[in-house]
Design a protein around this ligand. Structure first.
Ligand SMILES: [Zn+2]
Ligand SMILES: [Zn+2]
Length: 335
């Protein structure tokens, strides 16, 4: 099969009728770039206007408990879908789950409007492969030196990269997902899930307030503003946490932890921990480091719906720990 051909090995000669080309890691085509531009405008730019509209709508209807509940619940549902489903389950396979649980998490993540699960996984696997080097889809550290370069890097990694970028070849980056027929079906229906994520708060807003203003507020707060808030917290991991924060573990890229944002990011802000131990279902790594994503995985495990949760051993963590290095060396010398 030509798609399984190792690019480092010469093509097997003999069959002159088949041209064997090494499989490419990324795909560039005007069609793909058109889709990217459309996705960027609808799902990344439009929520900004939707959030401005939500604030302007306060003149018509003050922010009430129903609006807050719709915003909060939809934010938690889609946020956990991204971190537990898209990221920890499908990108890094940090645990195993019942197929319907995986599909449910993928649908929750799809409603966030950050791309279909297969593309998201492929892009994120490429980020781990090339972190902060040429090929990383969203590094803030490759746009030049000085304050100008840093600012350009932050804007690129936070938002602008999504306008147009190399599309990772999903056959190369996500072959395991392509074999999962149920998941591919979920991915194909991506636009419907995003629509459902807007429809649910709209309908609930109407039913719970029995008013048209409540219906509109449901769409604006539970739909667009919720999407806007989650997007910017997730993107801040790509941008700010690859430039600022603390580093607990040695890792070859420039990832940092931002512990104070742990609750707001469902545990994603332990980003240096995550780069150091990408196969760990826990990003906090210690029980006292808040990690709502891991709490959900532990709850699923307690119900028998998730299993094979493997945390790095104390020895592995100690070997990579930056602050503990000298102590470990000191102990070894003293022993
Ligand atoms: Zn990751
Ligand atoms: Zn990263």
């Amino acid at each position: 099969m030509t798609t399984d051909h190792d690019p480092d090995r010469p093509a097997v000669s003999g069959d002159e009728t088949v041209k064997s080309e090494p499989r490419r890691k990324t795909i560039d085509s005007p069609y793909i770039h058109r889709l990217q531009r459309r996705h960027f405008l609808i799902f990344d730019v439009l929520p900004i206007f939707g959030t401005v509209a939500a604030v302007a709508f306060l003149l018509v209807r003050p922010f009430g408990i129903v609006d807050f509940a719709l915003l909060f619940v939809m934010w938690v549902v889609t946020g956990l879908g991204i971190t537990v489903g898209y990221h920890r389950l499908f990108t890094h396979r940090t645990f195993k789950a019942a197929p319907w649980v995986g599909a449910g998490l993928a649908i929750m993540g799809s409603m966030a409007g950050q791309g279909a699960v297969v593309s998201w996984v492929a892009l994120h696997r490429r980020h781990h492969e090339y972190s902060d080097r040429a090929g990383d889809p969203h590094s803030p550290n490759l746009s030049g030196a000085g304050w100008g370069g840093r600012l350009r890097g932050l804007m690129h990694s936070h938002f602008l990269w999504m306008r147009r970028h190399e599309y990772p070849n999903v056959v190369h980056y996500a072959p395991d997902l392509l074999k999962d027929r149920g998941l591919v079906r979920v991915a194909r229906l991506y636009y419907w899930w995003v629509g459902l994520g807007l429809l649910i708060p709209t309908v609930l807003g109407g039913l719970l307030t029995l008013s048209w203003t409540g219906t509109v507020a449901g769409l604006l707060w539970g739909g667009f503003a919720r999407m806007f808030i989650l997007e910017h917290t997730v993107w801040a991991i790509n941008s700010f946490l690859h430039m600022f924060g603390t580093r607990a573990y040695e890792s070859r890229e420039n990832s940092h932890n931002g512990g104070v944002f742990a609750l707001l990011t469902f545990g994603e802000s332990w980003h240096n921990n995550h780069h150091a131990f990408p196969t760990s279902p826990s990003f906090g790594l210690n029980w006292y480091r808040l990690d709502p994503g891991y709490w959900l995985i532990r709850s699923l495990a307690a119900l028998g719906l998730a299993w094979d949760l493997e945390l790095p051993s104390d020895e592995r963590m100690a070997a990579k720990r930056i602050s503990g290095k000298s102590t470990a060396a000191g102990n070894a010398a003293a022993a």
